[in-house]
Design a protein around this ligand. Structure first.
Ligand code: GUN
Ligand code: ZN
Length: 444
């Protein structure tokens, strides 16, 4: 039966629990010279090289020499139609949406254009080591088909949905409560649980949906309880003020979503910069997730996310890390992690390298309730992984003189420097469901 198996040898780093709450020696697993056996895209065995090799003496082995193998990164909030408008100058959220975002998203009515951009976006993700993302498409159902078709072709585990918006946006970009319901329903039936793909009901945010449309979103959630709810929450002060004007009967921003049954464990809310204590507590009780988008929050001048508050042991809120491109300024989860660290520094709390890598991997998987399938190297899970090069630039080779330190503390230090300094050049290879999908130094 060894004929159907293959294996990867190298140094393996993954997480068994959250190092924010569980001491690192118990939550972090590091195997300096390990062997991972793969079967049908899943992990069949993992352990010290000598031990696992003795059990599988004939399996063909790829040696990822001088590489650190980590679980594929999980981006819990990103807009694929905004790829081409990344880095748009000079505005904060509401003006930025009107000036740059809406005109760009209009292009995604054209299915061919959407497919080309989806392909480009997914290639960029894989090159950056991201193997799963929670993705907003545009308002057009064609833009969702285009995305899922390209993701399916690459065998990626992706979650996505059609943006619902029926007011406060240009007419060329709006749907109705009725059409958003009908179109989302058809997309769920076509794509949800098709291969590795999953669907997220995606009202853009409270400002751009009428109460009727938010009610339709709630109805879909009741009819399809295992799809996701994905939206934005409390990002920018002007946005919060306008939202409360539009929903005067609601006590705060989160209460708008609560009143339509949209706040549950499979709900992911991007940002949460301006949340009150009460909103944090209610998010904690609901089991919902906040997607922390540091490059976006800094670039759009939205503010500094209070990670310490979200992580408080008394009322913990699930947090995923996210790029939020095109409000965010990089598709790289390493670049994003670097900015997350700086945000926590400004808040007088500081993330460790392992806490951050947890957020990029198992924490993201838990946020999406996918930790039975992805997020770490437990036997039986899908084998999405990244071969990191800790010496990917001349400067990093000076900073990290040993390619793969044997010592746990030295490894923590090298991983931290990589997170602070590296970009996509640190991604030497990406595996999707056990298959090599990208190689930085591939011969042309
Ligand atoms: N709020 C509503 N839409 C958007 C968007 O496209 N990007 C960000 N960052 N916030 C939003
Ligand atoms: Zn966003």
């Amino acid at each position: 039966s060894d004929a159907t198996l293959h294996a990867i040898r190298g140094a393996f780093l993954d997480f068994l629990d959250d190092p924010y709450y569980v001491p690192e020696p118990e939550s972090v697993r590091y195997i300096h010279d390990g062997l991972m056996v793969l079967e049908n895209g899943c992990i069949k065995a993992l352990g010290d090289y000598a031990t696992v090799r003795a059990e599988y003496p004939h399996v063909p082995v790829t040696h990822q020499r001088d590489r650190l193998l980590v679980p594929g990164f999980i981006d819990t909030h990103v807009h694929y139609p905004q790829t081409e408008m990344i880095g748009a100058y000079g505005e904060q959220l509401l003006e930025w949406l009107n000036k740059y975002t809406f005109p760009t998203e209009a292009k995604f009515k054209d299915k061919n254009y959407a497919r080309q951009m989806a392909a480009f976006f997914l290639e960029e993700l894989v090159k950056n080591g991201t193997t799963t993302a929670l993705v907003l498409a545009a308002v057009f159902p064609e833009s969702v088909d285009a995305f899922f078709e390209e993701a399916q072709q690459r065998n990626l585990r992706m979650v996505a949905g059609k943006v619902m918006m029926d007011r406060h946006a240009p007419e060329y970009l709006t749907d109705t409560a009725e059409s958003a319901y009908t179109d989302s329903r058809a997309l769920i039936e076509r794509w949800h649980k098709c291969d590795r793909l999953l669907y997220a009901i995606t009202p853009r945010f409270a400002i751009t949906s009428t109460p009727e449309q938010l009610r339709a979103a709630g109805k879909l959630l009741e009819e399809f309880p295992d799809v996701y709810l994905h939206t934005h929450l409390s990002e920018n002060l002007k946005e919060v003020a306008f939202t409360l004007e539009l929903f005067p009967e609601c006590t705060d921003y989160l209460n708008v979503y609560e009143s339509f049954g949209l706040v549950r464990d499979r709900s992911i809310f991007a940002h949460g910069i301006q949340l009150s204590d009460s909103e944090f507590e209610r998010l904690s009780r609901s089991g919902a997730t906040i997607a922390f988008c540091p490059t976006s929050n800094l670039f759009l001048g939205s503010g500094l996310f209070n990670l310490k508050k979200a992580k408080s042991p008394e009322a913990p809120v699930q947090v995923g890390l996210a790029t939020d491109v095109g409000g965010g300024t990089s598709l790289s989860m390493l670049r994003t992690a670097s900015e997350a660290y700086k945000v926590t520094q400004l808040r007088g709390d500081r993330l460790s390298a392992f806490q951050t890598f947890y957020m990029m991997t198992l924490g993201g998987a838990r946020s999406l309730l996918l930790d039975d399938k992805i997020g770490n190297f437990q036997v039986g899970k899908e084998a999405d992984l990244v071969a990191l090069d800790l010496q990917s630039t001349p400067l990093l080779a000076k900073r990290n003189p040993v390619a793969v330190p044997a010592d746990f503390q030295e490894m923590a230090d090298s991983v931290f420097a990589t997170m602070i300094l590296a970009d996509e050049r640190a991604i030497a290879a990406t595996y999707i469901a056990g298959q090599l999908a990208y190689e930085r130094d591939a011969k042309p």
